[in-house]
Ligand binder design. Structure first.
Ligand code: NAD
Length: 292
């Protein structure tokens, strides 16, 4: 539909709904999303947010047990009709292709991809094994490429545009101590998103990036070995780290999975219809990015 016509129709549908005291349609009703790493901390919060606004969501994750738990929880919280789980390793071309075929078969297409599946690692460069370097590049940079490529193929075939959101990291913009492999892979994701925004624009495919700072709850990354390594890099104890991140933010606030989910929701919805190739930092204003 021409832009003005689509706007008019939406406007009158909303006016009509008001008149009839009908509930306002949910902004993502009828949309289908695939969230990689959807059984993990941030991915789960994103899936929850999208479902709350009416989207059907495919959780795509390498962890079969976590997938089963997440699918069961979402079926109870929302409805079994709006959630599916599919096991995939984002580094495996065939598994990625199968996950998208699964989404199209289960829900009739795909409107939104959230590329989020990830790992973390930290070590001084002189101790970084080639295998650790390659693992970061494979899962983060190449994994994001593989899922975005598959989304492009499907979205272009559907001829209805689409939305791709990358969960990168503040570490893809700002260097962080003892995390060169992770930071480099995250920088690659950010630049890949910008290249894809340029390539997708004509087909109505928008590609945006959300960059969280350290997410202080709910993520396996935050619970794991990474937290100890981060603390060591800053010469502090692991339980001092949360306060460190809060203090260094301009707003003196911590970042949580739900905050990242809100930013994703914005890019996935029509509210951001005029945004592509953009980066939204969710970091409570990381003061390290500013010169004072
Ligand atoms: P998490 O470990 O809680 O969740 C990650 C999920 O990805 C897990 O469910 C895991 O099973 C899945 N996964 C890992 N490797 C996979 C693979 N090869 N194929 C498919 N799925 C795979 O971590 P999280 O904190 O929720 O991280 C999500 C994203 O957010 C990552 O890309 C991470 O780099 C990014 N991020 C996290 C933080 C943070 O502080 N937690 C900060 C900035 C960015």
């Amino acid at each position: 539909l021409p832009e003005q016509e689509a706007f008019d129709i939406e406007y009158w549908v909303l006016e009509e709904a008001k008149l009839q005291r009908l509930p306002k349609p949910k902004p993502l009703a009828g949309r289908v999303a695939l969230v990689t790493g959807g059984a993990g901390g941030i991915g789960r919060a994103i899936a929850d947010r999208l479902m709350a606004d009416g989207a059907c969501v495919v959780l795509a994750d390498i962890d079969a047990a976590a997938l089963e738990t997440a699918e069961t929880e979402f079926a109870k919280r929302h409805s079994a009709d709006v959630v599916r789980g599919v096991k995939l390793d984002v580094t495996k071309e065939a598994e990625v292709a199968e996950a998208f075929t699964f989404a199209a078969r289960e829900f009739g297409g795909l409107d939104i991809l959230v590329s989020n599946a990830g790992i973390s690692s930290a070590s001084p460069v002189e101790d970084t094994e080639l295998s650790m370097w390659t693992r970061n590049i494979d899962i983060l940079a190449t994994g994001y490429f593989l899922v975005a490529r598959e989304a492009f193929r499907l979205m272009k075939a559907q001829k209805a545009g689409g939305n791709i959101v990358f969960i990168a990291s503040k570490n893809g913009l700002a260097a962080s101590p003892n995390a060169s492999a992770y930071c480099t892979a995250k920088a690659a994701e950010i630049h890949l998103a910008r290249c894809l925004a340029l390539e997708g624009a004509e087909a109505g495919i928008r590609v945006n990036t959300v960059n969280p700072d350290a997410v202080l709850r709910g993520s396996n990354i935050w619970k794991g070995e990474w937290r100890e390594q981060r603390a060591a890099a800053y010469n502090m104890k692991p339980d001092e780290l949360e306060e460190h991140y809060r203090k260094r933010s301009m707003l003196k606030l911590g970042v949580y999975p739900e905050d990242v989910a809100e930013a994703v929701w914005f890019f996935a919805s029509d509210l951001s219809a005029k945004s592509t190739g953009n980066i939204l930092n969710v970091d409570a204003g990381n003061a390290q990015s500013f010169t004072r």
